[in-house]
Design a binder for this molecule. Structure first.
Ligand code: NAD
Ligand code: TDX
Length: 332
């Protein structure tokens, strides 16, 4: 049995990861989460009490972080400010959490010589043209576009520097767009599903030609667990499931799967600096660690996700109104 400290474990991917770890291993998990607007304690309901300790706190709180890191064998770092649109409206919390928070964790794992896995995003590589035959690989140069992706890029570079300069035992993974249960209604797929459930039309930014490379959160969790167990120290692994689709296609598929007219959506103001396309080449992860996605049928994964939002309105409804007010004020 190993003791994992999971930061951001009450968020979307972090909570999916905690459920995955509890199902698949005998590790004990301590979750450190500030429960910002994006964190939800209810996402961890059902995790047996003897398998998880929940600590509400900030990853920039050096004393708390030092104590929790000293009690763990490994740290898996999901906590972040994660939404691009928020980063355009108010960048400061992205610097505090994504940069200073990651620095605080790195200093603690350095002091206590703990294994560290850093969760990051494909957005650090910037974007691709729609017809570019290349996809992102581990050697693609960093070229982030938004305050969110630039702070994630900064955090990745800190991790790499702490490996090289201080011998910290860290790995990194950069994943494409996740979907699945427990995702905040501010994000693209849950926003559209819950709009339809509330009788509102989905909202597509601009023409909707932008492409995202979708992966189910549970496939991401399996990759992270594998890298934690078998990844090579200092290495970066790209995580993606060959799931490229335009936003327009995704909105139309959601409407169709929900029994609505596939054209019943609105075009709204585009995102400033909107990245055109992300696409991941995950050959390294597949070849070296033998990872394969389980959710390879996107419409089936989306159908299950729609069902989850339909059946869990009490989970998402409290956040819906404030989220839509934010978007409405931006013409989105
Ligand atoms: P999320 O916004 O749903 O969850 C973030 C969690 O971190 C929340 O529970 C929040 O309360 C917590 N948190 C925020 N600031 C904190 C702080 N200062 N101290 C402690 N806890 C804090 O985000 P997500 O979508 O689950 O993303 C998790 C990680 O995965 C992030 O690092 C993100 O960059 C990365 N990622 C996300 C995606 C995606 O598609 N969502 C894709 C690739 C990588
Ligand atoms: O209402 C919307 N309409 C719309 O067209 C919203 C909320 C989004 N969009 C578009 C913007 C993007 O092209 O959909 C796409 C996906 O948007 P988001 O869900 O905001 O995700 P994205 O900006 O691609 O970033 C996500 O993937 C990478 C996560 O939020 C990041 O945390 C992760 O790093």
């Amino acid at each position: 049995m190993s003791r994992l400290l999971v930061t951001g474990g009450a968020g979307f991917i972090g909570s999916n990861f905690v459920h995955h770890v509890v199902r698949r291993t005998d590790h004990h998990v301590t979750v450190l989460d500030a429960l910002t607007y994006a964190g939800n304690r209810a996402s961890l309901e059902g995790v047996p009490e003897d398998r998880m300790t929940f600590v509400r706190g900030d990853i920039s709180d050096a004393r708390l972080v030092d104590e929790l890191v000293s009690l763990a064998d490994s740290v898996v770092h999901f906590a972040a400010e994660s939404h691009n649109d928020n980063s355009l409206a108010e960048p400061r919390p992205f610097l505090d959490t994504n940069v200073v928070g990651t620095f605080t964790l790195l200093e603690a794992v350095r002091r206590h010589d703990r294994r560290f896995h850093h969760i990051s995003t494909d957005e650090v590589y910037g974007d691709l043209e729609l017809d570019d035959p290349e996809r992102f690989t581990e050697t693609t140069p960093y070229n982030p576009s938004s305050p969110y992706s630039s702070t994630k890029a900064a955090s990745d570079l800190l991790v790499r520097a702490w490996v090289r300069s201080f011998g910290v035992r860290a790995t990194l993974s950069n994943c494409s767009n996740n979907y699945g249960p427990f995702q905040h209604v501010e994000k693209f797929i849950p926003r559209q599903i819950t709009n339809v459930l509330e009788g509102t039309r989905p909202k597509l930014y601009g023409a909707g030609a932008n492409v995202r490379d979708w992966i189910h959160a549970d496939d991401h969790s399996a990759a992270v667990l594998l890298i934690l167990e078998r990844g090579e120290i200092g290495e970066t692994y790209l995580v993606g499931a060959d799931g490229e689709r335009s936003n327009k296609e995704v909105v139309e598929l959601i409407l169709e799967l929900m029994g609505e007219d596939p054209q019943a959506y609105d075009h709204v103001v585009d995102r400033a600096g909107h990245d055109l396309r992300y696409a991941i080449d995950s050959t390294k992860l597949r070849r070296e660690l033998g990872w394969e996605p389980v959710y390879s049928d996107f419409p089936a994964g989306l159908t299950a996700t729609i069902r989850w939002y339909r059946e869990n309105a009490q989970w998402w409804r409290p956040a819906k109104r404030a989220t839509e007010e934010f978007y409405q004020a931006r013409g989105q």
